[in-house]
Unconditional design. Structure first.
Length: 213
């Protein structure tokens, strides 16, 4: 799981914040060393930052067990997104490699945030939003930890990814999620996390509906 997630996270890290600029297209094999670093850092950083969850009453081993149980579905989503964006990097080096525009990540972040807010409002409302807010310190800690342990290797890569529009990326992610998750599975994961200490989820789980999103 962490290898797949490492590649996906690196993909998002390569969409830089700030102004866009021209860069050669990344060769897929050149991404592997940094992706492997990210993959290795993920479980270490999750454990390192687990105190952010235990401090608010979350049983981290129990929450981790919930997520691990649905690892096939999570892996499936990640694999699906990677396959859909398979042409974003070159399969082999090429002398004919014109510059591509390295886009700013700001517009994609905005689309993702709007979609998350829309989904939360439709699938659990305030309780679900409160649970997400509870997890923010953990997520921030994990991001900082990954940056430190990987020495921000993605920022030192002098190449970019040839990507479709931001909305197409978002639609791809939604399609991949819908292909791997059912309402029943999503509610089961939600209930498991609620039992691990995310009590805000207790009244939100039964409102989740994957098929209608």
């Amino acid at each position: 799981m962490f290898v797949r997630f490492g590649f996906l996270l690196l993909f998002f890290l390569l969409i830089k914040s700030g102004e866009s600029r021209g860069s050669p297209q990344c060769v897929c094999d050149d991404l592997k060393p940094c992706a492997n670093r990210v993959s290795a850092a993920l479980p270490q950083c999750a454990t390192h930052c687990s105190t952010r969850l235990t401090a608010i009453g979350i049983d981290y081993p129990a929450a981790h067990k919930c997520v691990k149980f649905y690892q096939p579905e999570l892996n499936g989503v990640i694999t699906c997104i990677r396959q859909e964006l398979d042409t974003s990097c070159l399969k082999s080096p090429s002398d004919d490699n014109p510059l591509i525009q390295r886009r700013s990540s700001d517009s994609l972040k905005l689309i993702m945030l709007n979609e998350i807010n829309r989904w939360i409002a439709k699938n659990g409302g305030v309780p679900l939003k409160q649970a997400v807010i509870q997890a923010v310190p953990f997520a921030v800690c994990a991001k900082q930890c990954i940056d430190t342990r990987t020495v921000k290797c993605s920022e030192r890569m002098n190449c970019g990814l040839k990507l479709p529009s931001d909305q197409t990326i978002m639609d791809t992610a939604k399609r991949c999620i819908n292909s791997m998750w059912t309402t029943e599975k999503a509610r089961e994961l939600c209930s498991c996390l609620a039992e691990s200490g995310f009590q805000k989820l207790t009244n939100a789980c039964k409102k989740i509906n994957i098929e209608d999103n």
